[in-house]
Design a protein. Structure first.
Length: 54
């Protein structure tokens, strides 16, 4: 009984993870080679946490 429960829980979690990954909106877009990710900004300080010398 424990083995079946462990298999059901682990496979259920894997199905949940796959379902959540497939629902991501960025999977519906194809980026071109010159595109930059939306998360990056042009300010170099914000890319390193805004700390000078870091």
């Amino acid at each position: 009984m424990i083995d079946n429960l462990a298999l059901a829980i682990s496979h259920g979690l894997m199905l949940l993870a796959a379902w959540l990954l497939l629902r991501r909106p960025d999977l519906d877009r194809e980026s071109e080679p010159g595109d930059t990710p939306e998360a990056q900004t042009s300010d170099p300080k914000s890319a390193i946490g805004g700390k000078p010398g870091a």
